[in-house]
Design a protein around this ligand. Structure first.
Ligand SMILES: Nc1ncnc2c1ncn2[C@@H]1O[C@H](COP(=O)(O)OP(=O)(O)O)[C@@H](O)[C@H]1O
Ligand SMILES: [Mg+2]
Length: 367
């Protein structure tokens, strides 16, 4: 594939620290203006990948192209990259204005243009009134917005952000997530973002690159990863899931037909990796499963024993057990007081084929 078509491309990036493989053959491609998030648990290699792209660590092997140019061994200052970290220290002795002006001064921009540009980004992060203050006179959230403004002001080719909201409380984080998203849209800058928070990744990203133990597990839109996970790891990491064991009975272009618990016949989306007789797992999100009455329409229906039903507020969560012992979760909008649901009651759970992903067994998990 051509390297010039991408804003950023990495090919088989690998980084080890002694015996520890921090990043294994990681390949990603980013389009101009895209917001891509590296998501994954702590230690999965997100920061290692970001640092290699920034030029702050050197990969053992593999390559990096920025704007079509090979950048694997370029020094950081020649990569036209802006960075925002969790604890991005602003220069303490400079005013907010001077902090944001700094990268423009370094690039020898004239005074009038500097005033214009700094004014514009201060307006964007809604902090025009603090231009003459020192960083210590701002709250943590305000300081982080200034750090963002400083990264955005000189319009680098790509902005890398490593858990920039990690130190802030939940309310401020929610607010800044939207603010970063809007900045990205307004300024049309390419952003590579890192977080371990699946909800943050879902809210902000055009695409998510899910990392697992130094490897890329799956890359796709938030929708893809949520509704079309290719592994149990992805299904699990992106939210709650029900997993039902079964055996493939039939595969075709529109469906995978599976024999499930108690011989029930269940239908899921196609999976070209599976053939008749294979062991598999069906994955369906709890919000796609309903407790149904006998005349309701559903592609998949299983009898289960109700264990517990809890109204948590907006949603009501039910837990049930299938014959064979698998637990099923069912989450629905609360539509009134518990309508007679009792512990130990036998219920029918129903859901649709198009909400059912058929997963191949995990490597190493089947003997
Ligand atoms: N400088 C280092 N020296 C030794 N091991 C490191 C170093 N940096 C990272 N690692 C290891 O590499 C792996 C990936 O780390 P990192 O990229 O920081 O993960 P993440 O950002 O996803 O939490 C971890 O096992 C970590 O302990
Ligand atoms: Mg990290």
């Amino acid at each position: 594939m051509s390297n010039t078509a991408h804003k950023l491309r990495t090919h088989n990036l690998r980084k080890t620290y002694g015996p520890v493989v921090a990043l294994a053959e990681a390949s990603i491609e980013m389009a101009e203006g895209e917001f891509l998030t590296l998501l994954g648990p702590s230690g999965s290699g997100k920061t290692t990948m970001l640092m290699a792209i920034a030029g702050l660590n050197e990969p053992d092997s593999g390559d990096i192209w920025i704007d079509g140019k090979l950048a694997t061994y370029l020094p950081p200052f020649r990569r036209d990259i802006g960075m925002v970290f969790q604890n991005y220290a602003l220069f303490p002795h400079m005013t907010i204005f001077e902090n944001i002006a700094f990268p423009l001064k370094m690039r020898k921009m004239d005074e009038a243009s500097i005033r214009n540009n700094v004014g514009r980004v201060l307006e964007t992060v809604k902090l025009s009134d603090v231009a003459n203050r020192l960083p210590k006179e701002l709250s943590g959230g305000q300081q982080q917005r200034i750090a963002l403004a400083r990264a955005f002001v000189y319009e680098p080719s790509i902005i890398l952000m490593d858990e920039p909201l990690g130190a802030l409380d939940k309310k401020l984080r929610d607010h800044l997530q939207l603010e970063i998203k809007h900045l990205h849209e307004q300024l049309a800058i390419t952003v590579l973002y890192v977080t371990h928070d699946q909800e943050e990744a879902m809210v902000m990203s055009d695409r998510i690159c899910l990392m697992n133990d130094a490897q890329i597990e799956q890359i796709g839109t938030p929708d893809d990863l949520y509704f079309r996970p290719e592994s149990e790891f992805t299904a699990d990491f992106l939210g709650e899931s029900n997993l039902i064991e079964g055996t493939v009975k039939e595969t075709n272009d529109t469906a995978t037909i599976v024999s499930g618990p108690d011989g029930a016949i269940l239908a899921g989306l196609p999976n070209p990796g599976l053939k008749e007789g294979d062991a598999c797992k069906l994955m369906v999100r709890p919000e796609c499963v309903s407790i149904i009455t006998s005349d309701a329409r559903a592609d998949n229906i299983l009898s289960a024993t109700l264990v517990e039903t809890i109204i948590t507020g907006t949603v009501t969560k039910s837990y049930a057990v299938l014959p064979g012992g698998n637990e099923m979760k069912c989450t629905q909008l609360t539509n009134g007081p518990l309508n007679g649901a009792r512990k130990d009651q036998t219920v029918k759970l129903g859901w649709m084929r198009e909400h059912t992903v058929v997963l191949s067994p995990e490597e190493g998990s089947m003997s």
